[in-house]
Design a protein around this ligand. Structure first.
Ligand code: FA5
Length: 337
């Protein structure tokens, strides 16, 4: 019985099997237990001999069982560790990587350039009131210049903003007459323009506004010329050309010398010429006064540019509609910008 039990313990391949062996020999109805139970039927002189032997066998088997159990536990743990091990030298599975959209890339670069010159970034609502989008910017109801920005009205008083200039007024009001004001405001704007290669009904603008004592047109030109060189990454000539916006006086548009760009960078065009990149001017006294600034003490300049058009120029894209159609083949070209 002892030999048989020992062999069974040795042969057990798992904890489960070992438990069965234990039950078979040492359990309540086990074979050795039966022997011990049968003691009462033995003669007085056989009893201590057989009893001693049976107890010895039991102790021996229990010890063996414990040892085997330990061994099996360790083996099971080893197997588990092996199975769960992570091979850190394996190459990772390639994950599809997103890229930055060219408009977002340009907006980010514009923000970096202006914050580097001490501007703060402001925000305003895309759903705007007629008051902020037009009236407060010196564009009363019947002003013919309202046609320059054909609008999406939601109610007679509420519309999708047609430009980021309402943020000028909101910022000045929030500042309650304090100077300096030095902000840019990037954001989406909406116009009832027919979509073509250079026009979209939804596009981005970045507004800029500086108000302080003694701000002059020369500062406007200096800051915008520096901006143009930084965004296109090359030395450029710029010129201010007279223009008209109801909220600035005088008003200008800034042109840069003709450049041609590709993914590799920009260079001068072969032929001469100018490219318009933004509108600007000195903040109209009526706009300053309306927003709580004394126009005798303070002056300011403002500008507004279109990051979509800048992205077209900077990356050599031939159609603004590419920016809005989410063609992955097109977008993947900008993964590294
Ligand atoms: C304005 O919207 C003025 N608020 C800019 C301004 C601000 C002037 C502060 C003075 C002071 P304009 O309508 O020209 O101006 O638009 C500004 C820029 O938006 C343009 O130079 C152009 O880059 C871009 N833009 C205008 N219409 C579209 C369009 N349909 N699609 C894409 N870009 C457009």
């Amino acid at each position: 019985l002892k030999k048989e039990a020992e062999a069974a313990i040795e042969a057990a391949k798992g904890l489960e099997q070992l438990r069965d062996v234990k039950v078979k020999y040492l359990g309540k109805k086990g074979e050795l237990t039966t022997v011990l139970r049968g003691m009462k039927d033995l003669s007085a002189e056989d009893r201590p001999v057989i009893g001693g032997l049976a107890n010895e066998v039991r102790t021996g088997l229990e010890k063996k069982l414990t040892e085997k159990e330990e061994e099996l536990r360790e083996a099971a743990l080893d197997a588990r560790l092996e199975a769960e091990a992570i091979d850190v030298t394996l190459a990772a599975r390639p994950q599809p990587l997103g890229g930055i959209h060219p408009i977002a890339a340009v907006v980010e670069q514009i923000e970096d350039i202006f914050t580097g010159m001490g501007f703060e970034v402001a925000e305003g609502p895309e759903v705007e009131t007629d008051q902020y989008n037009f009236e407060a910017l010196n564009l009363p109801q019947d002003h013919p210049a309202r046609d320059m920005q054909d609008s999406f009205y939601i109610t007679p008083e509420i519309l999708l903003r047609t430009h980021t200039s309402p943020v000028q007024v909101r910022t000045m009001e929030a500042k309650e007459g304090q100077v300096p004001v030095k902000i840019i405001c990037p954001g989406k704007v909406y116009r009832r323009d027919d979509d073509d290669a250079t026009h979209s009904h939804q596009f981005y603008q970045v507004e800029g506004l500086v108000v302080d004592r003694g701000i002059a047109m020369s500062e406007l030109h200096g800051i915008l010329a520096t901006f143009a060189e930084k965004i296109f990454g090359m030395a450029l000539e710029t010129r201010l050309r007279p223009s008209y916006f109801p909220f600035t006086e005088p008003s200008v548009e800034m042109d840069i010398t003709c450049i041609k760009c590709s993914g590799k960078g920009c260079r001068m065009c072969k032929q001469t010429g100018w490219i318009e990149i933004l509108g600007a001017g000195m903040v109209h006294p009526r706009v300053l006064e309306g927003a709580g600034y004394d126009s005798e003490r303070y002056t300011g300049f403002a500008f507004g540019m279109g990051p979509d058009r800048i992205a077209l120029l900077k990356y050599g894209i031939d159609d603004i509609r590419h920016l809005y159609t989410n063609d992955l083949k097109f977008l993947r070209q900008f993964q590294s910008v």
